[in-house]
Design a protein around this ligand. Structure first.
Ligand code: C5J
Length: 241
């Protein structure tokens, strides 16, 4: 790790059990923290959702992102969206349901879920910096029709810390895809959110059930503690005095 405050690896407290990670072969993957999902007037709201339900994920992600940046961990941001001519958007997706605006329609943050529009961009609090990977994906999973798999291989990544929105849709789909490709995924419970709190809970339970059928569930504090054991131990000692 580039910064000596950080360990080279650590044991992350998680369910169904602790997991040992080497940070040099771990990537932080932040799923779809876009204005289209997080803010009024975007794709999420057109589907009838209360976007304020997702706000709780921002601070935990920001804390882990800051540590990842400082320590030199590989950071990947994803964005769900489509080309302006909609050639990568299946009609079955565009025509689905009865939203107030459909994918590609003009909205207050530009065309809904279209690459290059304001709504498609990542929220300012988690905005990518130079050197971080941004994956544009047309689907719910971050591996489908993207360069993500090749990039993770190029950087020697074996394990993923996954967070973002929404828990049961794009986070869950990406973790399932990653698991099938041989990555061990640790999902940060407080760094994920859903428009439906019960789906958030169940989405996490599905991952860690049956001995961790397709991953582990942890949280931002446990990851930060494993990344900075000395600082965490001192804080704990101070707290117990
Ligand atoms: C959805 C996502 N919910 N990022 N996308 O359509 O979870």
């Amino acid at each position: 790790m580039a910064n000596s405050k950080y360990s080279s690896g650590g044991t992350v407290a998680a369910e169904p059990g602790p997991i040992d990670l080497d940070w040099s072969s771990t990537a932080l993957v932040i799923i779809d923290m876009q204005r289209d999902f997080m803010e009024p007037g975007g794709f999420g709201e057109t589907l009838g959702n209360d976007v304020s339900q997702l706000a709780s994920a921002v601070e935990p992600i920001a804390a882990v992102l800051a540590a990842a940046r400082e320590s030199g961990m590989l950071v990947v941001h994803t964005r769900e969206g489509h080309l302006p001519d909609l050639s990568d958007a299946p009609p079955a997706k565009i025509e689905r349901g009865a939203p107030s605006l459909r994918i590609g329609d003009p909205g207050p943050m530009g065309r809904i879920l279209i690459r290059g529009e304001d709504g498609h961009d990542i929220i300012p609090a988690l905005y990518p910096i130079d050197g971080e990977i941004v994956i544009d994906k047309p689907g719910k999973g971050a591996f489908y029709a993207t360069e993500l798999g090749d990039l993770l291989q190029k950087y020697g990544i074996k394990d993923l810390l996954v967070c973002g929105v929404t828990t049961e849709v794009c986070v869950n789909t990406t973790v399932r895809e990653a698991n099938d490709r041989g990555y061990r995924c640790v999902v940060l419970a407080d760094g994920c959110a859903s428009y439906f709190p019960e789906f958030h809970e169940m989405g996490l339970k599905m991952i860690k059930a049956q001995g961790g059928i397709f991953g582990w569930v942890s949280d931002s504090a446990a990851v930060l503690e494993a990344m900075t054991p000395e600082t965490s131990n001192k804080l704990a000692a101070g707290a117990s005095r």
